[in-house]
Design a protein around this ligand. Sequence first.
Ligand code: CYC
Length: 208
Amino acid sequence: MAASASSYARLLRLLCGSFSNQTQAFENPPLFAHILVTYRPLPQLQVGSLLLEQSYAIDPGTPYRIRVLRPVLRDDQILIQNFALRDETRFWGATQDADRRATLQESDLQPLPGCDYLVREQGEGFVGEVEPGCRCLIERKGATAYLVSQFELWPEGMRTIDRGHHPDTHERLWGSLAGPFEFERTDDHSAELPDLWIAPPSGGVGQD
Ligand code: CYC
């Protein structure tokens, strides 16, 4: 199904929030660590740019993953581009610090080729997976792996599963053994989205 500007805006709104898997982590230690995930808009960057931090709840100021994610609408398909950050420690904790967030510039972004996410609407939410081709290569603990990843997002929460596989043997090298991380939404930051990013297209009728 072709995506529209209104579904693009809905994805941005649903992503902009804070999420926690506290329930899952408390019910299933030690299979699931307690993880916090926050996405917040970066209005000074290109349309759709969101700062993402993932951290352990015991140490929220030291994210194990900080990225810029940028949903884009291209040829009626929603993609999410993923970027790493140059000297990323400068931005640790910036999802909770508006002043520091405002210093992040387009020149701080490093594209992660092969790591675009393909997204489609499903019911009240969205589902997606990393683009085909096994080209999203990640160096971790001295080994290169390609990413296999899926997510689901809906108004109350988010479910994600990320795994790294060996490029030749396809053996799983890292990632959850016990299935997806189940996050509940704990906060909504969509009010911080610039109006221009989520405005309905001008011209009205027939565009949607
Ligand atoms: C890596 N997770 C990645 C990568 C992508 C995503 C694209 C590879 C590129 C990168 O290094 O950033 C996931 N990107 C997404 C998702 C979307 C997207 C889901 C849609 C919104 O645009 N990931 C989890 C768990 C946690 C985890 C909570 C425990 C396993 O969702 C970890 N993801 C994780 C790790 C990496 C990763 C450890 C590798 C990053 C690295 O080692 O540098």
